[in-house]
Write a protein that binds this ligand. Structure first.
Ligand code: ZN
Ligand code: ZN
Length: 336
């Protein structure tokens, strides 16, 4: 089968690989759609995970079941599925607390195990979730959206919780927009999006997101205005700026992936005096089914985040070259 393969740090190629045997408890999935995400680039440069080369990347994917191991029940050939890529150990303190995303030995398809940028992928059957008749390119958004769900859970903003009146998401890339659209879907009244790129902001407005904030100066003018602010840029100085944007009693979510050695300055007095909440959220925590629910209810705005549907050959350069076109949102491998 054809696959994208990372052969070493910074080295990606199109490879011809054998599919391999189907171990007990596993299913063979014909990949129909797989999304590219910044984590893939970090995996390529061994900045995320252990640098388990050679590796087929891709942790955001959906496809059709082509075979199941003999001992697998509840899953059949022909089933349409989305993958939960996380492989927690199940035994460490975090796993026992139900925080599988914080497993101290967390593995994942596309990070430590071969993932979705291939014609086929062998996946544990209990990591497959039925998608019904949902189009594959939408189902492949379930993984990043499940990360958003985990972020909203971390902030206590789901399932009828008291939603913020004014929310702001900084960074209008695919994950920032998924977060903003989810806040809207959870009935946050005013969801603003900030970015320095006008094209991305225009696209956010097209998706029905209001309160567009363009650039640092406009942001500064809105200090202390938001009950909830999330950083989806992963730029430490932007994340630091969230605190000043929070209204008293507000919540800041550190959602973007900042450099591990980056530091920000925070006034503990201000957190105390203004009763602020600073929260983190990492990856997804068995939240693919919740994400699929949101996608089912979404009126097509999330699907519009898929800007490219490419073959494996066409997607290869995206691993090594940063796209310069601001209209590039979610880039996906789409099986012909
Ligand atoms: Zn991702
Ligand atoms: Zn664990």
């Amino acid at each position: 089968m054809k696959a994208i393969q990372f052969t070493g740090k910074g080295e990606a190629r199109l490879a011809d690989l054998t599919v391999g045997d189907l171990p007990p408890g596993h299913a063979l999935v014909q990949v129909k759609a797989a999304g590219l995400c910044h984590t893939d680039i970090d995996v390529l440069h061994a900045r995320y995970g252990d640098g388990a080369f050679p590796l087929v990347p891709g942790h955001e994917y959906a496809g059709e079941v082509r075979a199941v191991a003999e001992d697998v029940t509840g899953l059949r050939t022909g089933d349409r599925v989305a993958v939960d890529p996380n492989l927690p150990c199940g035994a460490c303190p975090s796993c026992r607390k139900g925080l599988s995303n914080l497993c101290r030995d967390l593995k994942a398809y596309g990070v430590s195990h071969n993932g979705g940028f291939a014609e086929y992928s062998i996946v544990r059957a209990d990591h497959l979730h039925g998608i019904g008749d949902m189009p594959y390119h939408i189902a492949a958004l379930a993984e990043p959206l499940a990360c958003v769900v985990n972020g909203l859970d971390s902030a206590g903003l789901r399932n009828g919780a008291r939603m913020p009146e004014h929310a702001l998401v900084i960074g209008a890339g695919p994950i920032g927009l998924l977060l903003a659209l989810s806040l809207k879907a959870e009935s946050t009244q005013n969801v603003a999006v900030a970015d320095i790129n006008e094209d991305r902001l225009a696209f956010a407005a097209e998706l029905g997101l209001g309160g567009i904030v363009s650039g640092a100066a406009e942001l500064t003018a809105r200090r202390r205005s938001y009950d909830f602010v999330a950083d989806a840029t992963g730029i430490a100085s932007v994340a630091e700026g969230m605190i000043d944007l929070l209204a008293d009693g507000g919540t800041a979510l550190f959602f973007g992936v900042c450099a591990p050695d980056a530091r920000i300055a925070v006034s503990p007095f201000e957190i105390f005096r203004r009763q602020l909440k600073l929260l983190g959220s990492h990856s997804l925590n068995r939240s693919i089914p919740d994400a699929l629910d949101i996608l089912r209810k979404d009126g097509g705005s999330m699907a519009r985040l898929v800007s490219h549907q490419l073959t494996l050959e066409e997607i290869l350069p995206f691993f090594t070259r940063k796209p310069t076109d601001p209209a590039t949102m979610k880039v996906q491998f789409a099986a012909p």
